[in-house]
Structure formats: C-alpha cells, structure tokens
Design a protein. Sequence first.
Length: 190
Amino acid sequence: MYMLKIGAYIGFAVGVALVVLAFVVPEARLGLMIGATSCFLAAAIDLWFYRFFAPTIRDLPKPPGMEKEDMTTLRGSMHVGRAMRQQGLRKMESATATLKEMNRSNRLQQQGKKVKAEVLAIRDTGQLVNFDPILEFDLRIHPDGDGELYHVGGYRQIVSKIVYPRIDIGGRYTAFVDPEDPNSLFINWS
C-alpha cells in the first residue's frame, strides 16, 4: 500500500519537472504539458487509492498469529509471507502423502495377492489428506484358497468421503496383500 503513496510523490515530482522543462524548451511545450498533466493525474489517482484502500486493508481479518501486526508495514508483510510459505509446505506434504499412497496402492493392485478383508472395527484418526479422512481399521483377512485367516490391527488408509458411508462393519471387501509382508495391504472399497 505504501508503494501507492511513494508512486504518487514520484508522479508529482516528475510532473513538476516536466512543467519546468516545458518553459525551458518552448518548441516541445505542448507534449511536455500533456506529459505533466498525465503525471499529476496518475499521482492524484494513486493518492486517492491509498487513502481509500489503506484503512480497509488494516481492518481485514489477520492470518493466525498476526493479530497484532499491521499488514501494511514491511514487518507485517514478512509475517504474511512466512505464513503463506508454511501453508504451501503443508499443502506439499499433503500432496506428497497422497502420491505415496497412490503409488503403494497401484503397486499392490498389480503385484499383490488378492484376498477378502472383513472390517471388524473403524476409527477416525482425525487426520485429513486433501480433505479425505485417514481411517484406522481392524481387519480379518480371508486368503483365497487354503490360506489361514489372520488379523490385522491398526491398518490405516485414506478413504474418500464419498466411500466412507458405504463401509460396513462385518462387510468383506477386495484387498491386495503384499506377498512379502501380509500386514501391508490395500483395500479396494468399490
């Protein structure tokens, strides 16, 4: 916001310089006077915007942790920048977690052993990835063929908010288990 005020002062100074120059160089007087008028007009508009918008910006709600800062100052701007960087890092971490989960699920769907997973319990962890909850499950795994039933407790998976209401305790869902680690699995909820 202060840049508008500084720009206005520079515009007035340039306008005055052009008026003085118009009297020194009479053959360019018309062009210089038009330039000076443009500078004065731009400076007046800058000052008007500064006077109108600066109080409005000061009254805007402040980002968390910046309630005492004046956002029109350089110090306030640095805090806003830090808050924006932290928010960006949180978004990047969320996107990275989503990509890791997608890679793991794709690998298990291609290379894993197909089984049935019976849901014994569901708990919401309170964590979100891209606004979808991470849920914790207790499962009973039913391997195809002669495999022996086994229990997996505390299994976590990102579940779409659209799919979440359709998951039933006692329901059996197709899952893909890592042949090397029977506790590493991915459940296909569809």
